[in-house]
Structures are given as C-alpha cells and as structure tokens.
Design a protein around this ligand. Sequence first.
Ligand SMILES: N[C@@H](CCC(=O)N[C@@H](CS)C(=O)NCC(=O)O)C(=O)O
Length: 217
Amino acid sequence: MPLKLVIANKAYSSWSLRPWILLAHFKIPFEEVVIPLDQPDTRQRILAVSPNGKCPSLQDGAISVWESIAIVDYVAEKYPDKPIWPKAKAARALARSLSAEMHAGFQALRNHLPTNFRRPVKKRELTSEVEADVARIEAAWADARKRYGKAGPFLFGRFSAADAMFAPVVNRFHVYDVPVKKATRDYMEAMMGLPAWKAWIKDAEAEPWRIERYDNI
Ligand SMILES: N[C@@H](CCC(=O)N[C@@H](CS)C(=O)NCC(=O)O)C(=O)O
C-alpha cells in the first residue's frame, strides 16, 4: 500500500509543502489527498487523519504521522537508502538543529508574510521583528552552505530534509520581494528550479479555492 499524504491547499499551506517536496524530490511513491481549508467540513476531514486538527498528515497503512518534522523523520527512517538527512554526523546534527529551529520559530516572519504560492511578486515592508527573522535565516543558510554546501547549491550540498523544511521560506522571500543577499538569492533560485517545486506551483495555480485573508495581503 503506498504512503498517503494528506495536505491542505497547495496555494497556502507552507507546512504541507515540506513533506510533499521531500517525497516528490526523492521520487518516493505516494498518494496525495488535498483537504481545502476554510470549508464547512475541513475540521472534521482533518481530524479523521490527524488528531491535532492540522495538515499535513502521513498515513502508512495503519500508522498515522502528523507534524511536518515528524513526517520528514518518519520518511527518512522508512527509506534509509535515500540521502534525506546528510550522512556525516556533524552535518546531520546541524541539519536537524536548523530544521527544528524552522519548525518551532520565525513566528514574526510567518505572521507578516503568509505563504501564498500564487501571489504575484510584490514588495511588503518589513517590521523590525521580521527583519530579525530574515537576518537569522540568511545567517543560518550561509553558515550551512559554507560548512557543508560544497557538493551542490542546497544547504548541505544536495537537496536534503533541511531544504524541505525551509522551502516555504523561499516562497515568502520571493513573493514579498524581501531584500536578500546574493548568496540567499542563489539558494532561492536553486530551490525554485527544482522540478518538484515547479510541480507544486502548477498545482497551486490550478486550485479553485480562494482565501481572501491571504490573497489580500
Ligand atoms: N506544526 C504543524 C502545523 C500544521 C498547520 O498549521 N497546518 C495548517 C495548514 S498550513 C492547518 O492544517 N490548519 C487547519 C485549519 O486551519 O483548519 C506541522 O508542522 O504540521
């Protein structure tokens, strides 16, 4: 039985993109179910697969996994032959720390620049709290790239779980035209050039649902 990944709207769900881009990039077969947000049956449909009432959720037969970071780890454990986390211990430790930092933090950035994969690029002024989040992310990306990024354009060279965890930030930086350093922009271009990224955007653009509170920012 293939894995089943239950996600929210591709247009708006940053959390859903993380496990989705990981599975798609590593060519792991999975079935996808989209539960659109803000519909009368949204909560009931999500609760049927995810006790925290949130997407994404991964179903592997009778096993249910929720919280994007737990799904990423579950997939890495299930497919040990795929280089999902960096192999070297020190690189892996940094990749895990950055992924956990992303999972738990950057609230100012998330609130001020909501994910919207259909948004035309348009500048939004930043608050000082958001600027601090952007500075920390740029420093973290630069540090990972400098120490472990020699083998490719991603944080640890080749695309890894850490990149999947930061993928939605790339959308935020891009569509809100956040001023970033050249090295950050180069990393963003590498992410946005991935076939899996392009497939997600294409699907997001084709979705019929519109949520005004995200579209009107
Ligand atoms: N920390 C969770 C957050 C998941 C989350 O907030 N998901 C949103 C969609 S992006 C959701 O399902 N919201 C349900 C709702 O608004 O009804 C994770 O990593 O999976």
